[in-house]
Design a protein around this ligand. Structure first.
Ligand code: FE2
Ligand code: FE2
Length: 342
């Protein structure tokens, strides 16, 4: 038995006889739970018993039961910063988590970095949920995304070094994390550029969901480790149009966002897709997103290569610009200055 499990059982934080349940679990910041009140979803604690190859998720508080404040404090003393919820309960958890997050933002005793970490976890939870839905259900979810942007924007505005904050939060990999990292960078960069609040938030939202069209790409193509065939590449290259169609049905999306999603793989030299547009034909937000997207992809690890250091990624983008003029030179030099903290 692991020490944590032993301590949790001694303190009666774990349900007696708690066992592993099947399913997929996702982290939620412990500090966001309202200790002393009823929870609308069950929470689990992750433990790693000796001799087990996989972690176990043990029931700590069932849905509809009061989560004692005392437990929350004791768990924090044990340096447990996250609890877990089951994938099936994500949908019912969002209203509660957003409400708690909103309330937490006004707490003066909490630092901006802690609030940013909460925002990161909730946004990631939402994006992971979003990427499992079918086309009809996707557009209904966008209101949650807009609420998240409101709160993330507040955090970015409070931060002295928003580029540094985005890079510090960068822990996860995959398509959902890619959207979230691009969004955090986008909010910070829009602030650096002095954009109006409304436009900065819309760019942040667009960056958050820009690859939503990838939900239409079959899993076997997304997870393929061998080189893709021309037909499979074609399916992936359809994701900007698929994303445009999905977001078209959302009443929250501005036309600039739709256009940006459609054009986020266009290169300024005309070598991109789907329309092979050139610099002046590409919407400025899409030119910005092209930079955010490339930078995020380079700084994150992929199955086939390691992550690059931010400085190295910026140099590589600059070299690409010199050779091929892929990016908007003006935005690229401002982005480099933004990340350099100038
Ligand atoms: Fe994309
Ligand atoms: Fe992307």
């Amino acid at each position: 038995m692991s020490r944590i499990r032993e301590v949790l059982q001694t303190k009666r934080i774990l349900t007696p006889g708690a066992r592993r349940r099947a399913g997929e679990y996702q982290p939620v910041p412990l500090g966001l739970l309202d200790g002393g009140a009823e929870l609308p979803f069950s929470v689990y604690v992750k433990v790693r018993p000796r001799g087990y190859p996989q972690p176990l998720f043990l029931l700590c508080c069932a849905a509809g039961q009061v989560f004692p404040r005392r437990w929350q404090v004791q768990m924090q003393e044990l340096r447990i910063l996250q609890v877990f919820i089951r994938r099936e309960e994500r949908q019912q958890a969002f209203p509660y988590l957003l409400e708690r997050f909103k309330a937490g933002l006004t707490e003066k005793t909490r630092g901006n970095r802690e609030k940013a970490r909460w925002g990161y976890e909730i946004a990631l939870l939402w994006l992971r949920h979003l990427f499992t839905l079918d086309r009809e259900r996707l557009s209904e979810q966008m209101e949650i995304g807009f609420n998240l942007i409101e709160y993330l924007f507040e955090i970015i505005m409070e931060e002295k070094d928003p580029g540094g904050l985005a890079l510090d939060l960068w822990r996860q990999e995959g398509l959902s994390a890619h959207g979230l990292h691009s969004c955090l960078l986008g909010l910070g960069f829009a602030r650096y550029l002095g954009w109006k609040e409304k436009d900065a938030k819309a760019l942040g939202f667009t960056a958050l969901v820009h690859d939503v069209g990838m939900t239409e790409v079959p899993r076997n193509i997304l997870e393929k480790t061998n080189p893709l065939t021309a037909a499979e590449k074609g399916v992936i290259k359809n994701h900007p149009q698929a994303g445009f169609t999905i977001l078209w049905n959302s009443p929250f999306c501005r036309w600039q966002s739709l256009l940006t999603v459609l054009q986020h793989h266009e290169n300024c030299d005309g070598s991109g897709y789907p329309e092979k547009l050139r610099l002046r034909q590409i919407h400025p937000w899409a030119r910005v997103l092209r930079i955010l997207d490339s930078f995020e992809a380079m700084v994150s690890a992929r199955r086939w290569r390691a992550a690059r250091a931010p400085k190295e990624a910026l140099w590589s983008m600059r070299r690409d610009w010199e050779k091929h003029r892929l990016y908007d030179a003006n935005y690229l030099s401002l982005f480099i200055k933004f990340l350099a903290g100038r």
